[in-house]
Ligand binder design. Sequence first.
Ligand SMILES: [Zn+2]
Length: 303
Amino acid sequence: MTQPGLPLSRATFDRAAHRRADDAWLAEAWTRARVVVISPKSATPVVRDGSGTRTATWDAAAVPAAAPRRFLGMVGDTVYFAATVEPVDAAQWQTLRAFGPHADDLDAGLLVSAIALEQWHQRHTHCPLCGADTIESLAGWTRTCTADGSAHFPRTDPAVIMLIHDGADLALLGRGPQWGEGRFSTLAGFVEPGESLESAVAREVFEEVGVAITDIRYLGSQPWPFPASLMVGFVARVDGDPAITLDPVEMAEAGWFTRDEIRQARDWTDDHVEPEPARRLQAIPPHFSISRYLIDRWLSGEI
Ligand SMILES: [Zn+2]
């Protein structure tokens, strides 16, 4: 099932997980594979043509022999692997943050899977049970301990992200301490062990801005592999007093903004844009983020 509104969630390839243990098939498939290459810092080579920007997949023969081969999946007879290599021409490599808004559904799905695996492998080189080295197994989808043989699976860390509104024309947005003046987004936070998603939504909102909420509803999810988040999106309504009591560690500022104020905000970019002194809310996250998906659905009156 795909979610039309969430750009990084529209994976259109078959993961074909039953092939991951079939070494003979994998070896043959590699020879005809399209390889999604990423750098250790998760940039990927891109090409621009008349129809837009696409990832530049490599022939398997161009991938250094020492690079781990991770089987991503298939589209028809086309086989996709991922490999991590050093950038050859840095100018043509882009991060997901830069490339994401231009990626089509197949590129986005392949890339988030390749990056999520790479981020996990980088951080799990040793066995959490005994401390010995682990090695990649199951075509990159597990690591196996070289001492005790235990298998370890890629992490996915759930984080909740929520659009809080007042039931009328105001939404609650916050600004993180590192974001710079004028940049606001929906509130978000990690789910703790032993906690439900809905409880995490209510707890994070109360911790960050001191506001009680009700009518918490799930809207959709999107992977964000930096390093292992699954962003789970909700909408909820303030319950009682809307006065904000800020947690100064988590939030630099937060406020209630009207639809008109939010519509006038520009997209966040990494480019420097001169702030407009008269306006507190200057920018909101770009279109491929789940935060923007929640904001846009509220602006349109759908939620
Ligand atoms: Zn071990």
